[in-house]
Every structure is written in C-alpha cells, then in structure tokens.
Design a protein around this ligand. Structure first.
Ligand SMILES: [Zn+2]
Ligand SMILES: [Zn+2]
Length: 358
C-alpha cells in the first residue's frame, strides 16, 4: 500500500510524508485550508499556489509553506507528488502520489460543478482513489447553482421591499466567497460582512477572485441603516448579540444540508438555500468512475452507502477511518474582532463545532 492511515494521519511511507495529517508531522501535503484538513503544528507544508493566501491566513506567518502550481510534480524522497484542482474552495487540491508505477489520488473535499472562486475540478486517473462522502446518499442532489442564486436574490429583494435586512449564513472560508461571487452583477446590496468573512474576502480578492463590493460591518459607521442590506456571516453568529445591530432581519443558511426537510426548521431559520461545495450523490459516483480506479477508500461522511454501491459495481471499496469531518470548524481565523463602537462590544461568538461546511 502506497498510503496507509496511522494515528497521525494518512501516511506515505515511501515518501515519508502525510496528506492532511490531524497531528503534527515533519512533512504535510495539504489539500485545502479548511480546519479539519490543514492543522497547525507540522514542520513543513506543501500546498497549491492558488491557495497560498488562505493557507497562510489559516496557518499564521510562522508556518513553513512551500507551494506548487497545479500539475507541477515534485519528488519527495523519490515519490512523485502533484496537486490537481478539486473545485471545492480557493486553492483546493487533489493530491496525486506516484511510486513505482502505482498511482493514488487523495481528493480531500471536492465538487465537480465549476464556480468562479476556484479552478474547476479535474478528474485524475489513478489505481486507488481516496474520496470524501460528505453527501454520499442518493437523497443529496443539487440544483444548478444559478437556480439557487436566483432564489437568494428574490429573497433579498422581498426583504428589502419589506424594510428588512437579509442575513445569509455561510462558512467564512469558501462558502461566503462563493455566495458573494454568485451575486456579482445581480445588483444586490449594500453588502455587509462579518470580520471573519471580510478577512478571507481580502485573501480571495488578493488572489484574483472577483467579488462584489462589501463592507466589514464591524467598521461601519454607528447608526448605519441596515434595512434592505445583505449581511454575510458565519453560521456561528446565529443567535448572537452581534446580529442585533442589523435590526429586523430575515435569516437564511446556504448549505447542502438544507436539502433535508426539517434542517432549516431545526436551526430556526427563515430560509434554507441548497448550495454545497461538495459533490452530490451522482457527481460523487461520476467522479469515482472518471478516475478509472479499481480501489476506492471512502474517508468521511456517509461512507457505508458509497462503499456498498461501489462494491456492487465490482470495485474494491472500503470505509477508512479519518479525522476529516467535512468542515465542522471551517472558520480559519479567530472569530472575535474589535467592534467599531457598537453596543455589544463582546465581539463575536467563537466558531461552534458546526455540522459540516457543505
Ligand atoms: Zn473542506
Ligand atoms: Zn473536509
């Protein structure tokens, strides 16, 4: 086996490196900057050039990070390693590992529907494919994203006409920027953001991703009128005092979990928009097939249904334990930000262990 799971993470013995280790190691190859994949404390990191800024934000200035372009091969102790687009968030990569003619691909988190915030997913041929299965159930099927963005715009417009603010929850890294980019040119606004979102907006803009104009709500003038505005904030701010400044507001969450009836009500949201940065069921199976892999490891999410489906089609599939969890802590920066003289100076709640970044 070219890769195996140890207590520190997915390990390549031939190259003596780990892919997205969950404990500190000497050499870590990173698929993307979400908290469950990019963890602190390793001696050296290898990541994609596209994701360099967001990875730096996540890891801090002291981290030793080497970046490579997509498709560029580096040798690590004689093992060929290259990164290929995963289409999940800015810089997200699949890790291709080749040694003595054997090829493995670790997909990290991925999505096959292209969007403007990252390089689109590319299938990579391999013998063994390591896949997530966050939404690995047949009930998870996404509408085309244009449909979802039209719904979001209509919701905002109705709120504006009713004199309400629209508060849209999305994970600070990836989902928030995808929501914003999807509203580019839709004449939605003014748009205000939570500090954790704005920090990453800056990274995205600095990386060349076009986003509509946004204002950090913490820096907005006192007495700012928010009726008719759109506010983009991490889900961890739901129910917090931070939200009070916006006055009467409709709340919504954009996530793959919103596909399930009841998920919106459980969270006491006015609306749920189905928008995921992960593959849905058909896209997951299509992606596996496109690799031509004969062996598939399923690492996190609904693993058993995917394993069963693949085995029925003659593939060697197994569920492999990992500490990747989707994005339970997908807020890569400290959520507390200094307040601009607001009443509730307590800053923002810490990111909760949310159900999935979806
Ligand atoms: Zn992720
Ligand atoms: Zn993940």
């Amino acid at each position: 086996m070219l890769l195996r799971v140890t207590e520190r993470g997915m390990y390549c013995e031939a190259g003596d490196f780990y892919v997205d280790p969950w404990l500190p190691v000497d050499r870590a190859v990173i698929t993307h900057a979400h908290g469950d994949h990019a963890r602190w404390g390793s001696r050296a990191y290898l990541g994609s050039r596209e994701g360099e800024r967001v990875l730096r934000t996540r890891m801090g200035v002291g981290a030793r990070i080497r970046t490579v372009d997509f498709g560029e091969t580096v040798e690590v102790n004689g093992v060929r390693v290259s990164l290929h687009p995963a289409g999940h968030i800015l810089g997200s990569a699949q890790v291709r590992v080749e040694h003595r003619g054997e090829v493995w691909v670790v997909s990290g988190d991925y999505k096959t529907e292209p969007d403007s915030t990252c390089t689109p997913f590319e299938p990579v041929r391999c013998h063994t494919f390591v896949t997530e299965s966050t939404f690995g159930l047949p009930i998870y099927r996404w509408d085309p994203q244009a449909h979802t963005f039209a719904e979001i715009r209509a919701w905002w417009e109705a709120n504006r006409e009713a004199g309400r603010a629209s508060v849209l929850f999305g994970y600070a890294l990836g989902k928030a920027q995808r929501l914003l980019a999807g509203l580019l040119g839709a004449e939605v606004g003014p748009i205000y953001t939570h500090g954790a979102v704005e920090r990453l907006n800056q990274d995205y803009r600095d990386s060349g991703i076009a986003l509509p104009p946004t204002t950090h709500a913490g820096a907005a003038r006192k007495g700012t009128e928010y009726a008719g505005a759109l506010i983009v904030a991490p889900p961890s701010t739901q129910g917090s005092t931070w939200l009070r400044r916006f006055g009467p507001a409709s709340t919504a969450f954009a996530s793959g979990w919103m596909r399930i009836r009841g998920a919106r009500r459980r969270r006491s949201l006015d609306r749920g928009f189905v928008l995921s940065d992960h593959v849905d069921w058909p896209a997951l199976l299509g992606a596996v097939e496109a690799t031509g892999a004969e062996r598939v490891w399923v690492t996190h999410g609904y693993r058993e249904p995917v394993v069963r489906w693949l085995r029925e089609r003659g593939l060697e599939a197994e569920a492999v334990a990992s500490r990747w969890e989707g994005e339970p802590e997908a807020e890569p920066v400290a959520a507390d930000e200094p307040e601009g003289g607001g009443v509730d100076s307590g800053g923002e709640p810490a990111p909760a262990a949310e159900e999935e970044g979806a």
